[in-house]
Design a protein around this ligand. Structure first.
Ligand code: UD2
Length: 345
């Protein structure tokens, strides 16, 4: 695939995203560590956080201090919301966030055969994802021709970023951190207030609205949210990896398939995952669940400001338990062996 990526005015052609970064004019892990301390908050003059304002005259049910979900916990032990259907009123929360009119970036990778998932992802996103908000889908792909033409809502668009093909699926999932870091730096920072990272092999089935927005929102992994002891979470357990979490520690296990937050907070976290995985690569180790392992380590020591229930990323592989009242996004069934460049698990 004749992939071309333009960075700082230089054109780089057809290389694998797992090549050592010093060969190319992209930030090395060492450079990235140096400026890991990034500007806090948003650009001067842009949209501002913190005014939870609503227009007068909006009709909605009166909130109660007594009634709510009793079958699940809806607050973490660091006192931020744990979001389930029934813990918020979409009419209220969407009205508050829409008033701020934020620009939302969705970073999604479709490399190799994964381009086949774009149509469903985008079409269902247009139906359910932050409807009436300003959304740009940044599609990172090695084959621009495969990006489908989709009818987009007002204020919504697609921006294609061409990246190299890969020989291993692990390269793609980890490469996401590198390419997202570079592209946020170069482009997205000037175009968005919030940023979501998402897996493309998923469909929206129900609304994902303003309740998903916060400084840093992470989704509970459907496989470990209920009765799993923290020592059984699939954290990286080898102390030689930068993603290492020792036994006896841990809050939750979060998925890397959907995460989002303020642009600058997400940049910091994406870059962290990139830098940590580069450090691991130098030490000839790859974290057990790639960027998901680094993400989980970061979120253990830098708590998210919202935790979203597995409604925000279920899987078509799994039966739906009673506490999941709404499936908002679900990972589709795929033939791993067929769809991945190096097959299987
Ligand atoms: C899990 C996580 C995923 C990531 C991965 C790391 C879930 C639902 N997803 O997904 O977020 O942490 O484990 O092991 O728990 N991709 C391509 N081309 C490829 C391979 C991957 O574009 O050849 C992109 C694509 O956007 C895909 C994503 O990377 O959705 C994740 O890859 P996957 O779906 O193969 O990984 P999976 O299902 O094991």
């Amino acid at each position: 695939m004749g992939a071309t990526y333009i960075y700082s005015g230089l054109t780089i052609s057809s290389f694998s995203s797992c090549q050592p970064s010093e060969y190319y004019p992209v930030p090395s892990a060492a450079d990235a560590v140096k400026d890991l301390e990034i500007k806090d908050g948003l650009e001067k003059g842009s949209w501002k956080i913190g005014d939870l304002k609503m227009q007068s005259g909006l009709q909605y049910a009166q909130p109660s201090t007594q009634k709510g979900r009793t079958d699940v916990n809806s607050v973490t032990n660091w006192n931020v919301p744990l979001v389930w259907a029934g813990t918020f009123d979409p009419v209220v929360i969407d009205a508050i966030y829409k008033k701020m009119d934020p620009r939302v970036a969705v970073v999604v990778f479709a490399v190799g055969k994964y381009t086949r998932f774009l149509k469903g992802f985008l079409e269902s996103g247009e139906k359910y994802f932050l409807v009436d908000f300003r959304v740009t889908y940044y599609i990172f792909t090695d084959d621009e021709q495969q990006v489908p033409r989709i009818e987009m809502g007002k204020g919504r668009k697609i921006s294609v970023v061409t990246i190299p093909s890969a020989k291993r699926w692990q390269e793609v999932v980890l490469g996401r951190m590198k390419w997202a870091t570079i592209t946020i730096d170069k482009q997205i920072r000037n175009e968005a207030d919030y940023l979501f990272m998402m897996d493309v092999d998923s469909l929206f089935h129900n609304p994902v609205g303003g309740e998903s927005l916060s400084r840093l929102s992470a989704v509970l992994h459907r496989g470990y949210y209920k009765n799993t002891h923290r020592d059984a979470f699939p954290y990286e357990r080898r102390s030689t990896s930068r993603a290492y979490i020792p036994a006896g520690e841990g809050d939750y296990y979060y998925t890397a398939a959907v995460w989002g937050g303020y642009l600058e907070d997400m940049y910091k976290l994406v870059k962290y995952c990139y830098v940590q995985s580069e450090e691991d690569a130098k030490n000839r180790i790859e974290a057990v669940w790639q960027e998901e392992s680094h993400l989980n380590k970061y979120l253990l020591y830098n708590k998210p400001t919202k935790v979203l229930s597995p409604e925000y990323l279920w899987s078509d592989y799994d039966a739906i338990p009673a506490d999941i009242q709404v499936i908002r996004i679900s990972q589709v069934v795929k033939n791993y062996k067929e769809v991945r460049p190096n097959g299987g698990h």
